[in-house]
Design a protein around this ligand. Structure first.
Ligand code: FAD
Length: 280
């Protein structure tokens, strides 16, 4: 596969909980950094639970010379703490933020007090002007709490109208979900880039569990195929890498402006998929 703009891949990490996890993350960052991504991003634990860890990893990435973007939500924080965080990020050389409503940690209620992402985007623009490039989340298979597909698209438009520059999608495994979504977005007047979020498949049981809560559909045939290969780890790994490579190729052929990988802090299979795509 040729034609991928190497600058348009980005890699997402989550903040590890242990010192060993942090060391491993730095190795992963170094290996994936060799692929010249546009940026790395670091997630923000539900309800702001990883605020300091996220910040530390973002600033460590910036100091190591990697463009690194924090994910951010209001969570349970006062506006003043978010303002302080924005100022610290700006002073430390952060130029991009992934702005989210976020979810609450389980056991913390129904989330009805969470602040929608469009309000966070407006808040960042009011406070920091155009300093930050802002990415927001989008859902080709519809956000699990959305009233309808069309309202979900309208709320995405609201995030762009508030000043977001681009969107990154929840992961999905059916390329038609992306083309249908882009078509609906364009019809709604959205012309900003929407980057597909790519989930490389490594631990299928975890993926199935997580997909149920975030509303990502796993095709039945894929489950059966993975099940049939479960006693041949090498074949399973090769199949999953080829499957996700092929998904990326189809998305790029449809005109996707680039790819955002949910790396799960692992070099593999993201690195192999990128190599297959000609990103070296
Ligand atoms: P919103 O855009 O606010 O949408 C949430 C729901 O409310 C949708 O159903 C939408 O249709 C509706 N809605 C939107 N705006 C309004 C409005 N103004 N009025 C009424 N209804 C509205 N979670 C984390 O906790 N930490 C992370 O770091 C993180 N990173 C993510 C990165 C990406 C790329 C993606 C796709 C998701 C990420 N998430 C993360 C998960 C995300 O926080 C959840 O999906 C969350 O439930 C919704 O966040 P949002 O920003 O899309 O919310």
């Amino acid at each position: 596969m040729t034609g991928v703009n190497q600058n348009r891949v980005s890699f997402e990490f989550f903040p590890p909980k242990t010192a060993a996890g942090l060391e491993k993350l730095k190795e992963t960052r170094s290996a994936l950094g060799a692929l010249n991504p546009e940026y790395f991003s670091v997630t923000y634990g539900a309800g702001g639970s990883t605020r300091d860890n996220t910040k530390d990893i973002v600033l460590d990435g910036i100091n190591a010379g990697f463009d690194t973007a924090p994910h951010l939500s209001f969570g349970g924080d006062e506006k003043s703490s978010i303002l302080t965080l924005l100022d610290e990020y700006r002073a430390s050389g952060v130029s991009k933020i992934v702005a989210l409503r976020g979810d609450l940690p389980s056991g913390f209620g129904d989330g009805s007090r969470l602040v929608h992402a469009n309000e966070l985007v407006s808040f960042i623009r009011e406070h920091s002007g155009d300093h930050f490039d802002i990415a927001v989340a989008a859902y080709p298979e519809i956000h699990p709490e959305a009233n309808s597909y069309e309202t979900d698209v309208q709320f995405l438009k609201k995030k762009f109208d508030a000043g977001a520059n681009s969107a990154i999608t929840q992961y999905f495994f059916n390329p038609d979900a992306y083309s249908f979504f882009i078509d609906r977005c364009q019809k709604a007047g959205i012309d900003q880039p929407i980057y597909p979020g790519i989930m490389p498949i490594s631990n299928f049981d975890n993926l199935k569990r997580f997909s149920q809560s975030c509303g990502a559909e796993i095709p039945r045939w894929l489950s059966y195929r993975v099940e049939s290969l479960k006693d041949s780890p090498d074949d399973l790994k090769a199949f999953c890498t080829d499957f996700v490579t092929s998904l990326c190729e189809k998305l790029l052929a449809q005109g996707a402006p680039g790819l955002h990988f949910y790396t799960m802090n692992q070099v593999e299979p993201t690195q192999s998929i990128c190599h297959n795509l000609g990103i070296k």
